[in-house]
Design a protein around this ligand. Sequence first.
Ligand code: ADP
Length: 606
Amino acid sequence: MLRSRFLWKLYAGYALLIVLTALVVGALVATSIVRSAEEETDRVLLGDATLLRVMVAESLVGSDRAGVSEREGLNDPGHLEARVRAIATATGSRLTVINATGEVIADSNVSPSGLDNHGNRAEIVAAREEGIGWAGRFSRTLGQRMRYVALAIYEDGAIQGFARAAVPLVSVEAHLASLRRLVLLGAAIATIAALALAFVVAQRITRPLRGLTAAARALSDGDYSRRVVAADPADELGSLADAFNIMRVRLREQLETATLEQSRLAAILGSMVEGVVAVDREERVVHMNQVAADLLGVVPTSVQGRRIWEVTRVHGVAEALREAMDSDKPAERELLLPGRADRVLELLATPLRNGASGLRGAVLVLEDVTTVRHLETVRQDFVGNVSHELKTPVTAIRGLAETLIDDPSMPEEIRRSFLDRIRDQSLRLSRLVIDLLSLSRLDADPSGLRTEPTHVQAAVRAAVRAIEPMSEAKKIRIAVDVPDVPVRVLGELQALEEVVSNLLENAIKYSPEGGSIEVAIQADEREVAIAVADHGMGIAKPHLDRIFERFYRVDKARSRSLGGTGLGLAIVKHIVRSLGGDIEVASEPGVGSTFTIRLPRHRGAA
Ligand code: ADP
């Protein structure tokens, strides 16, 4: 409490006022008391002089009255002096009688013979002029400062002498000093009492303010529960406390609403698939959701309040935001994420305006468009590949047919070989179209295959049976190893058969004559694995990942000569994926390849 600056300021104001008032009032009172004391002294002095004048007037008048004076013994200097002394004893003043020439005739304190002419004394000079004269000076006769008053004694308009009264100023001054002391003491006591009272009053005024300050401080620290209680609800401080309490409740409500809004916004931004970064006018990060942080490789909590170009080195980010703010238009960018190969980001920065009052910042939406861009490329490549694959047999057929037409006299043998080639090319065309159709059917409805529980052994046996003419032509033996108990998966029998026969066909195509192929089914509680292993040419490592792509062949010419379309494994993978499974390959060039399909096992009723 005693550290309250306001209390001390208020109190200092009070104290200054009190001390000034005490000084002014004290000075005024002291002056007025001194003045009245001086007036009183003068009045008494004048009274004494008047008395003296009356008493000694006759002694100084002319010869016509000498008889009376003589009778009364007034002209006798000794007598006069005795009288003067008697009056002086009664009044307490020093009394002097001076004749018109300035000689001292009688004095209550000193013998006149020892005194010089008083005609030049200031009070006498003034009295000669005006009838009365005042003076204050040091009396050499008495050795102290005196206050004098002299009255002229007239007889028929002429000055006969002077009656003078004097008091030592020491006694007057002593009296005045004691009076001054009294006033000073009174003023000091009043000041101390007033200062003490002022302190109490200042405290009473500042106490509720201290309460308010503490509550306001608590408010700024987030404590909204602290009520301010006013001593007197009716006065201004009471109204202030009331207003404060209302403000406190409103603030709490607003904060709750703002917090709710913020958490809602954070939830929305957090659940977005796109990354969102909001910056203020100075490019300081106001918000960054987790997706944006992941894409830019930063921790969202550590970037708050920092400039965006400090936060991320990804070049286009700060640029796009700056451009949007400078141009006041959305800015778009597409960029490759540095350090993370092949990730493609699409950025859209939009300026944020606050009504007419101007720019508030910008919002950046980041989208990882890698998959989209990849799919676009794949689609473009696919269309290009299809066109190319179709063009080759069509061109060949057309060339052969035209030669046949142009040369009717062609020997029968050559004509026959031309027709054989036309048939081969048309077969290739039809295989291609069939494969493309199955792919497009799978693309259109990928889940359409998981319709019925299918007996895996049955599908494998059917595929092996169907491929037998081809294997026998190359004298390749196919060994089948299947479990005794029926194993089922969810999917069309025909699709499963197509998968196995495609793998068997490849195994035969890429195996030497007289080779062998093993087909095995293994099943556990959850999974069925179908493996097709050959001992053929194998596949080199760099191609292993790519052989499932559409139209990808390790050796194009060889595949074509073997009647391949480059779509077989793509179809296989597509079907397997549609059945909820996956395919993998292990291969070594010159040793052989093993393709393994894994499908979820179906344990329900057949
Ligand atoms: P293709 O119609 O050319 O056989 P696929 O999609 O069936 O097309 O296969 C893609 C490529 O994978 C083939 O061109 C071939 O180079 C390679 N390949 C597939 N199966 C085998 C295998 N069993 N042994 C060696 N290479 C294979």
